[in-house]
Design a binder for this molecule. Structure first.
Ligand SMILES: Cc1cc2nc3c(=O)[nH]c(=O)nc-3n(C[C@H](O)[C@H](O)[C@H](O)COP(=O)(O)OP(=O)(O)OC[C@H]3O[C@@H](n4cnc5c(N)ncnc54)[C@H](O)[C@@H]3O)c2cc1C
Length: 460
């Protein structure tokens, strides 16, 4: 096998840290994961992961990738009651950019998705990772990596308590708030160039108990649009409760309380779902979270990067959370790490950072187009974003009534077939044909309405 070493250290024991530890355990004699936050022994929210209290969609691709790294994960989740959606389009209500996908028939291709709550998923992954004999999880914060200037490489970490821990490789999975750009500068390297899109998102979430039998759907998504700066996501969890996250984009205020959430549901989801929300029993208080900007630290652009450290997970890119991609993108990075470690002759950081950039680019770009063109976000907008955004709007319009287009979109949104949201020429032609037929049908209907109105006018 490719590269190997004595000791690897991971900073942070959230989803990214656990994925990294799993992969590293195949290549290093020992893997130590340091976590500053208190970790619960069961599936519970924790202080350092405030986003865990809000709806977390595990995309179908993410489930597949996580199962590859943690075999048995999906069965274990289902055994604990995690809902599973198997080729059942009636389990999903999906609205986005002002269009509701027409997925009301059985999908042609295999489509399986799982709906764990975020604390449950994190707990399952942590349980599996820490069961690996050479992985140790230590309750301690990392103050900073230690840097050996003579060898131009990171040589380990210094803990908050002051101990120096030597390591052959350090993986920074400390999340969006990582200080790696600052440390790079201190060691004499450049900071990575950063891409950001000011999405101005505010979340407000309530846990709910909804009486049985009111909704067949297990996943309800109603995204923002040009005319609606607020949206919601609803997921049914393993314990039968529901997470209802409402949000505002482009600095729009989300609902403040349950009554306002019900009023928003009345506006943007089908009546039977809104009625179920009204009949729900709220559990606990509303929790809020602000996500001002999506951020991509482009480490792959740096000419010089120290050996011995890799940035991982949200520490590299944190995506607009309303698209539900972060955990899936992290699980893809675990595959990049595995492949980079398997090839012994390359510059590990260069190869890994390049592979991460390659998978980040299409997803980041499509998000940016949606956010900047359709959702009122602020940020740098190349000229071609607008026409692509408009074309996409047309595509989604056709997907409302064409199930083939709807299925294509659902699979791509789930990052299943490709990370690129680019329809083939055949699908573009199908979209144009479909929209033309709709337009002609509308014109015919308008003509016959006018003729009918004329016939009603007395004396004609
Ligand atoms: C509001 C919101 C909603 C989201 N919704 C979704 C969704 O629907 N679907 C989805 O796939 N993704 C979603 N995401 C993204 C998802 O939460 C992350 O992509 C995922 O958690 C991976 O992040 P991470 O492990 O890199 O970092 P984090 O989850 O932020 O974890 C970082 C960990 O590092 C620890 N740490 C930090 N510094 C140190 C240190 N110095 N020493 C020791 N430990 C340290 C922290 O305590 C923490 O445990 C959402 C994000 C937000 C903000």
């Amino acid at each position: 096998m490719g590269r190997s070493g004595n000791h690897a250290v991971v900073i942070g024991a959230s989803i990214a840290g656990m994925c990294a530890a799993r992969v590293l355990s195949d290549f290093y004699d020992r893997v130590t994961v340091y976590e500053r936050d208190a970790l619960p022994s069961d599936a519970a929210n924790r202080r350092a992961v405030p986003q865990g209290r809000h709806v977390h969609l595990l995309l179908a691709r993410g489930a597949k990738e996580l199962e590859r790294h943690f075999p048995g994960l999906l069965d274990d989740m289902v055994a604990c009651g995690v809902p599973i959606l198997q080729n059942r389009p009636d389990c999903i209500h999906f609205g986005g950019a002002g269009h509701v996908l027409g997925t009301s028939r059985v999908l042609r291709d295999e489509f399986t998705a799982y709906v764990p709550s975020r604390p449950h998923l994190e707990w399952q992954i942590r349980r599996k990772a820490t069961a690996i004999p050479n992985v140790e999880l230590v309750s301690a914060g990392v103050a900073e990596p230690t840097y050996d200037a003579a060898r131009q490489r990171v040589s380990g970490v210094r803990l908050d308590a002051g101990d120096d821990i030597p390591a052959d490789l350090v993986v920074d999975a400390a999340g969006r708030g990582t200080r790696l750009p600052v440390w790079l500068e201190q060691w004499g390297f450049d900071r990575p160039p950063e891409g950001s899109v000011d999405v101005g998102i505010s979340y407000a979430t309530h846990q709910l108990r909804i009486p049985d039998g009111l909704i067949a759907e297990k996943v309800v998504v109603s995204g923002a649009s040009r005319n609606q700066t607020r949206g919601l996501g609803m997921l049914c969890y393993e314990d039968g409760t529901w997470g209802l996250t409402t949000f505002g984009v482009a600095n729009a205020e989300p609902p403040h309380d349950f009554a306002e959430m019900c009023a928003l549901a009345d506006e943007i989801v089908p009546p039977h779902i809104a009625a179920a929300v009204r009949k729900a029993q709220p559990i606990g208080d509303v929790t809020f979270h602000k996500f001002p900007a999506s951020r991509w630290r482009r480490y792959h652009k740096l000419d010089r990067f120290p050996a011995g450290i890799l940035p991982f997970g949200d520490a590299v890119a944190s995506f607009n959370p309303t698209y539900g991609q972060g955990m899936t993108m992290t699980s893809l990075q675990a595959g990049h790490l595995q492949r980079a470690l398997e090839s012994p002759d390359t510059d590990l950081a260069r190869e890994f950072n390049a592979a991460t950039a390659k998978s980040t680019y299409p997803v980041w770009t499509m998000n940016a187009i949606g956010d900047l063109v359709l959702h009122g976000a602020a940020g740098r907008m190349p000229w071609w974003y607008r026409p692509v955004g408009e074309l996409f709007d047309q595509f989604l319009g056709a997907a409302e009534t064409d199930p083939v287009l709807a299925e294509w979109f659902l699979r791509r949104f789930s990052l299943l077939d490709s990370l690129y949201m680019v329809p083939s020429g055949k699908l573009v032609a199908r979209t144009i044909g479909h929209n033309m037929r709709l337009l002609l049908a509308e014109k015919r209907a308008a003509r016959s309405r006018r003729a009918h109105d004329r016939d009603l006018v007395p004396g004609r």
